[in-house]
Write a protein that binds this ligand. Structure first.
Ligand code: ATP
Ligand code: MG
Length: 382
């Protein structure tokens, strides 16, 4: 007998012929997540198992954050030839519980001497009789379910801890997240990563207008995100010269929008270098002037790859809730300035005219500025 973690996956179930590929990737992600806990991870019979970890609570915390995992169950694994011992262990598993319960057997070993209803009845009766009044049976709406999975071994568990869901990172391609220090972009990155997408982050940094604390804040946000995706590369791109130039030469009400267009252009170059297939931003329609539909069209227009905006239809309040849930909210709320806030015009254009944008950009040495920003980007691997 030994204790281990039984890991259930979600949507991968729907996969047909390429399910083995998704499973293999998921196992690799679980393995990375618990690497330093010295456990063993393996796939067997549609379940992933983790055993031998020193700290099971930490193991649960880590594995429930791995995209692709539906839920985890701390379980007991037993030989199935001694059914009396299985019943006794079932009673042990149910010892912490009070109230109503039922037994739910799943018999993948079709040669096992009892069928599922018989397993339910036999173990249920034993637990009921020996629980000293703590438990009663309710098969319709039980408070607790004792699961008994009969495979090569028998697995017993009563605790099912929900995990993040999604798809294993690496199965959905790679994208570049434009990561600011705000609330939105970390949530946007999380949502795309959750669909199995590997991420890099690109951050625009306007030193000395934004200080080292603002830079550190973004790296802290990236670190939180990277804990879900098992590591992330961050490009910190010097943006001061571009911003100063835009500020000096372009109409005031167009500066934010033109700045966004440069952010997109630079991100695309970095994305291609890193074999990313798309950009990701935290924009949502109408949130600010640079996110009216007209404005979004003008930023889309400068790049030749899809721009994913997973928050496009989200209210700010919903984004905040999500940020709290994934653990980025507190860091996002730290007060350090972002490069956008430093140079915000008083009356930004909400219905921008393309001629005015092009006229403004025509005054800038775009090619040199962009090449220089890309060349001087600092690369940090988290
Ligand atoms: P919030 O709206 O919570 O302040 P935000 O990150 O959405 O945060 P916006 O000014 O609305 O800030 O920017 C819209 C999008 O542009 C961001 O979601 C982000 O993807 C990108 N962006 C803004 N500033 C930067 C920056 N300094 N570096 C990288 N990307 C940025
Ligand atoms: Mg925003």
């Amino acid at each position: 007998m030994r204790k281990l973690l039984l890991v259930k996956y979600g949507e991968i179930y729907l996969k047909g012929l390429n399910r083995p590929y998704f499973l293999k990737t998921l196992v690799a992600r679980v393995r990375e997540a618990v690497k330093d806990l010295h456990g063993v991870v393996w796939l067997h019979d549609a379940r992933i198992f983790v055993s031998g970890v020193e700290d099971m609570d930490e193991c649960v915390r880590r594995v429930t954050r791995v995209f692709g995992v539906h839920s985890v169950c701390p379980a007991v694994e037993m030989e199935k030839d001694d059914f009396e011992a299985v019943k006794a262990q079932a009673l042990e598993v149910m010892r912490p519980y009070r109230g109503t319960f039922k037994v739910e057997a799943r018999r993948s070993d079709k040669h096992f001497f009892l069928e599922s209803p018989q397993i339910n009845a036999s173990i249920g009766e034993y637990v009921l009789e020996n629980s000293e009044g703590r438990l009663t049976v309710d098969v319709k709406h039980p408070e607790h379910v004792l699961s008994v999975e009969v495979r090569d071994q028998v697995y017993l568990y009563a605790d099912v801890i929900m995990a993040v869901g999604g798809m294993p990172v690496g199965t959905g391609g790679k994208a570049a997240l434009l990561l600011s220090g705000g609330i939105d972009s970390p949530v946007a990155g999380y949502m795309i990563a959750k669909r199995g997408v590997e991420l890099i982050a690109v951050h625009y940094y306007s030193f000395p207008y934004t200080g080292p604390q603002a830079r550190q804040k973004v790296l802290d946000l990236a670190k939180i995100l990277s804990s879900y995706v098992c590591g992330m590369r961050v490009y910190v791109v010097p943006f001061t010269e571009i911003q100063m130039d835009i500020h000096a030469k372009c109409p005031d009400d167009y500066t934010t929008l033109i700045m966004r267009r440069y952010m997109m252009r630079i991100a695309e170059i970095i994305a291609r270098k890193e074999h990313c297939l798309a950009l990701v931003t935290g924009e949502s329609i109408g949130q600010v002037a640079s996110q009216t539909m007209e404005a979004l069209c003008t930023t889309d227009e400068v790049v030749n790859m899809p721009v994913f905006r997973p928050l496009i239809g989200f209210d700010k309040i919903d984004i905040i809730h999500q940020a709290e849930k994934i653990g980025t909210y507190e860091t996002s709320c730290l007060p350090y300035e972002d490069c956008c806030t430093v140079f915000t015009p008083r009356h930004p254009a909400t219905r921008p005219k393309m001629e005015k944008i092009l006229e403004g950009e025509g005054k800038l040495e775009s090619e040199r500025l962009i090449a220089q920003a890309v060349a001087n980007a600092e690369i940090i691997d988290l």
